[in-house]
Design a protein around this ligand. Sequence first.
Ligand code: ADP
Ligand code: MG
Length: 171
Amino acid sequence: MNSGVDLLRIEDVGISFAIIGGPLHAVRRANLRVLPGKVTALVGESGSGKSVLSQAVMGILPNTAHVRGRILFSDPEKPGTTQDILQMPRDGPEIRALRGSRIGKIFQEPMTSLSPLHTVGNQVSESLQIHTPMARVERKARAEEMLDLVGFPNPKRAYDMYPFELSGGLR
Ligand SMILES: Nc1ncnc2c1ncn2[C@@H]1O[C@H](COP(=O)(O)OP(=O)(O)O)[C@@H](O)[C@H]1O
Ligand SMILES: [Mg+2]
């Protein structure tokens, strides 16, 4: 299965921002491969461009960003196909089909990245609501299963809680 095919292949990616005083080069010629079934860590000092690169993979870079290179995604569920994420129209159907469904991101700083106005269950099951035809009860069961899998002591209770009610670690 998947012999020799990279799940994700980042090729010569450069990301810069147009700012006063000239362009800010956040990422210069980044190259990396993510292999199917393997964990890949990108390590670097603060400000070295890790987050900006992940934003490029998710198609969520701000409008002010200039990007070049290729980000090739080979979906194991669609063998033999490879898509260049950087060629996808911004917020078009192609990237929207991937984002939150095939590629996800856990943001830093949970107290700012989680909505204080929505319950934990609501936020965890949102991507299922967007990407699957599951019924509400089924979504709830699946979200609780996920909370259980990541170690929530009481997933059913956590489903109806707000982020501020959780400990820092659970957030
Ligand atoms: N929206 C933006 N506009 C201008 N510069 C940005 C923007 N986002 C990030 N940067 C700059 O890009 C560089 C890389 O940032 P970042 O990817 O957040 O680093 P890391 O995640 O590795 O700490 C930094 O110099 C940062 O200031
Ligand atoms: Mg970062």
